[in-house]
Design a protein around this ligand. Structure first.
Ligand code: GDP
Ligand code: MG
Length: 439
């Protein structure tokens, strides 16, 4: 999935402005990639609509970096689709907290029960694992082995008792041994069936869990979503654990589960080892899906390519050493449209890799407002003759822009430094062309 989306964004690279057709084209690819990744059809349709609404019209068409805008929107919407923020587990203020693990066979319930107990113990809890899968051969043994590895007690009553009785007894056991966290590992089935649901409903009624966590295998894609829907209808889920996100996993399940069921994904299983569990972060998952590293590079490139004409003009001015405050101002305005300040620097040819960036002085985003106000308060003559601005003129400019003379001076100084640096780079370039050495 990540590769496909990256391919789409690669196509956006270097475009100045996106037309509506470009947005449609990009979204068609996004849609195809998501459907291929087994994302629920309804979810994809909805997603596409949302992104389009935001992308076309206001933002993208008027933006100078449409590629960046589209990526940002897709990223935000992907993250939103998965719940937006990280969801925590419900821990009861009155111990013990009871967590009931449910899901199909092979999804990872038993493993996740152990992982979770280990993780929460690190947070200071005293967990008790409960072996309530009395159907699968060796299921009890499996949990006991994991418990022993972690040195966490496992409550079991063999496979002759009902899961409901086991769960009830486990609760008492936890209370008398001052265990404040009870994690019940239940049985699964190969498919959702009514008998299983009825049994889980009885356990729920008997122990009133604070948290019912559905454990689903991310590799099963759409199936995981359907499973989540059914379990949620019957049991009312508090959260989902998405396992096997370590392998060659399709991201589809992660994208659809929250959207379809409304249940947040709370944890991700990322391996067979007992510490291979992490809180699920929607924004990080979106990063992962989009392959953020590459996307970031792409954004940079899109910006570097942006408005080549203007850059060429600027380049000429630098060489002619008549870079004016008006150009500086224009650059600042471009930056404002582009986003982070650093980018003006990478946009200016030759400055991108400059080690002397700090010499430019630290202008932060908020200050840009003042910079703009100051330049706007100058007459055209003043903008072109920055060296000759008198004290009284500076006072007038400061008053006109709602700033102080110090701020006016600071801006002029920054401009001067920028101009000097540009001159240096222009000279350096000339020398290199002549075959001379730098420095
Ligand atoms: P249960 O039937 O739902 O209790 O599933 P199990 O806990 O027995 O797990 C089934 C298989 O999936 C086992 O081989 C686990 O080691 C494996 N498994 C569980 N979670 C993960 C995970 O996050 N990543 C990987 N790679 N394997 C997992
Ligand atoms: Mg099991």
């Amino acid at each position: 999935l990540a590769e496909k989306l990256q391919e789409t964004f690669r196509k956006l690279k270097g475009k100045g402005r996106l037309t509506e057709e470009d947005v449609d084209e990009a979204l068609k690819e996004v849609r195809r990639a998501l459907l291929d990744a087994d994302v629920n059809f309804k979810v994809v349709k909805d997603f596409q609509k949302k992104v389009k609404e935001r992308a076309v019209g206001s933002d993208v068409l008027t933006s100078l970096t449409p590629g960046q805008q589209v990526i940002k929107i897709v990223h935000e919407e992907l993250s939103e689709l998965m719940g937006g923020v990280q969801s925590k587990i419900n821990l009861s203020s009155k111990p013990p907290t009871v967590v009931m693990m449910v899901g199909l066979q092979g999804g990872g319930k038993t493993t996740t029960s152990a992982k979770l107990s280990n993780m929460l113990r690190k947070g200071g809890r005293r967990p008790l694992l409960v072996a309530a899968d009395v159907y699968r051969p060796a299921a009890i043994k499996q949990l006991q082995v994991l418990g022993a590895q972690l040195d966490i007690p496992v409550f079991s009553m063999g496979d002759k008792n009902s899961p409901v009785d086991i769960a009830r007894a486990a609760l008492e056991n936890a209370q008398s041994n001052s265990r404040d966290l009870v994690i019940i590992d239940t049985a699964g089935r190969l498919h959702v069936d009514d008998q299983l649901m009825t049994e889980l409903e009885s356990i729920k009624a008997a122990v009133k869990p604070h948290e019912i966590l559905l454990v689903v295998d991310a590799m099963t894609g759409q199936v995981a979503v359907n499973v989540a829907e059914t379990f949620n209808q019957r049991l009312g889920l508090d959260g989902v654990v998405l396992t096997k996100l370590d392998g060659d996993t399709r991201g589809g399940a992660a994208l659809s589960i929250k959207a379809v069921t409304g249940c947040p994904i709370k944890f991700a299983g990322v391996g067979e080892k007992l510490d291979a569990i992490e809180p699920f972060h929607p924004d990080r998952m979106a990063d992962r899906i989009l392959g953020m590293g590459d996307v970031m590079t792409l954004i940079e490139k899109a910006q570097a390519n942006f408005d080549a004409e203007q850059v060429a003009k600027l380049n000429k001015k630098i060489k002619a050493a008549d870079f004016t405050l008006e150009d500086f101002m224009q650059q600042i305005q471009e930056v404002k449209k582009l986003g982070p300040l650093q980018q003006i620097i990478s946009m200016i040819p030759g400055l991108g890799s400059a080690k002397k960036l700090k010499d430019l002085g630290e202008i932060d985003e908020k200050e840009l407002v003042y910079v703009e106000a100051i330049v706007n308060s100058m007459t055209p003559w003043e903008r072109r003759h920055t060296h000759e601005i008198s004290g009284s003129r500076k006072k007038r400019i400061a008053r006109g822009s709602g700033t102080s003379v110090q701020e006016v001076n600071r801006l002029l100084k920054q401009f001067e430094q920028t101009r000097k640096m540009m001159k240096q780079f222009a000279d350096m370039e000339k020398n290199i062309k002549k075959g001379g050495k730098m420095g």
